[in-house]
Design a protein around this ligand. Structure first.
Ligand SMILES: NC(=O)c1ccc[n+]([C@@H]2O[C@H](COP(=O)([O-])OP(=O)(O)OC[C@H]3O[C@@H](n4cnc5c(N)ncnc54)[C@H](OP(=O)(O)O)[C@@H]3O)[C@@H](O)[C@H]2O)c1
Length: 271
């Protein structure tokens, strides 16, 4: 399959991550168009990526195989009202907008195939996790083109749309949970007397190593944890404190809150 040409409408943090990832994956600058709404951001993007950046949504979207919508939920309506004039049925729209259902895009862009995706920020280092779902008019070919773009920055997983709020709460928001864990571990390490640079190095490499081990191993997280927990040992003492303090329940509540918020944002966007 030839590389699909791509427009990214709303090139903020995620848009820039995808643009840079596509370049790393071998896309030519001429195969990508970026759209933003502030001249200083356009200049910044051109400086960072070397990709031509326009402030016209219609100019950016016109004729591109894949049109990725990467604005915040509150800005989706305005974008759709503008691009519906130029988008055609042989183009494919990927929305990465949190919470906004495929129906909103299908109503605004009749006949245009829609893929709704939820990526995450580790896409910046090609270790992203993107779950996606396809709309009623998307063919296998549309899905193949879209997953080539989404898969350029990491792994992909196709799921039904009713699961995307949960995905948002788990992998979309997930990096923030890990960053908070890292901050907390670094603070605690410094309190235990480690110098700042040593605390950071120990924590960063431990999280990287544990993540890589978990991903590479056939053992479950539960089993890997069991293997480093000897009765009466240091890990057992730490696990006891975490369980007593409600760590597990807190993570469950946090994920539930994020999923709830994703549903709320979606309902607001559907009104
Ligand atoms: N960040 C994440 O971890 C993550 C993960 C998965 C999905 N998402 C979803 O991805 C989307 C983008 O998130 P983000 O963090 O990249 O947000 P962001 O940094 O605010 O990027 C959105 C960009 O869209 C631009 N924009 C808004 N309306 C526009 C218009 N009419 N024409 C052209 N550009 C327009 C904004 O311009 P201004 O700078 O002028 O506002 C901004 O640069 C959100 O819907 C979010 O839910 C984010």
């Amino acid at each position: 399959m030839d590389k699909p040409t791509v427009a990214i409408l709303g090139a903020g943090s995620m848009g820039e991550i995808f643009a840079s990832g596509l370049l790393r994956a071998g896309w030519d600058r001429s195969e990508i168009a970026l759209v933003t709404r502030r001249p200083e951001r356009a200049r910044e993007l051109e400086y960072i990526t070397g990709i031509t950046t326009t402030m016209s949504l219609t100019e950016g979207a016109r004729g591109r195989n894949i049109v990725m919508i990467a604005v915040k939920p509150k800005d989706v309506r305005a974008v759709l009202e503008e691009v519906d004039q130029v988008l055609k049925e042989d183009q494919t729209v990927i929305s990465i907008v949190a919470g906004v259902p495929i129906a909103v895009f299908e109503d605004a862009l009749p006949g245009v195939p829609i893929i709704r995706a939820m990526p995450n920020t580790p896409s910046a280092v090609d270790l992203g996790m993107t779950a996606y779902t396809s709309g009623s008019t998307a063919t296998d070919e549309d899905v193949e083109k879209a997953s080539a773009v989404l898969g350029a920055v990491g792994d992909t997983l196709k799921l039904s749309e009713d699961l995307l709020d949960a995905v948002t709460a788990v992998s979309g928001t997930g990096p923030a949970y890990v960053f908070l864990l890292a901050e907390s571990m670094i603070e605690a390490a410094i309190r235990e007397g480690l110098p700042h640079h040593a605390a950071e190095k120990l924590v960063h490499q431990t999280l990287r190593g544990a993540g890589a081990l978990l991903a590479a191993s056939e053992k479950s997280a539960f089993r890997l944890r069991g293997e480093v927990t000897s009765p009466g040992g240091t890990t057992a003492a730490a696990m006891h404190t975490l369980e007593e303090g409600g760590f597990r329940a807190l993570i469950q509540d946090a994920i539930q809150s994020a999923a709830h918020r994703s549903r709320e944002l979606g309902e607001r966007a559907s009104e």
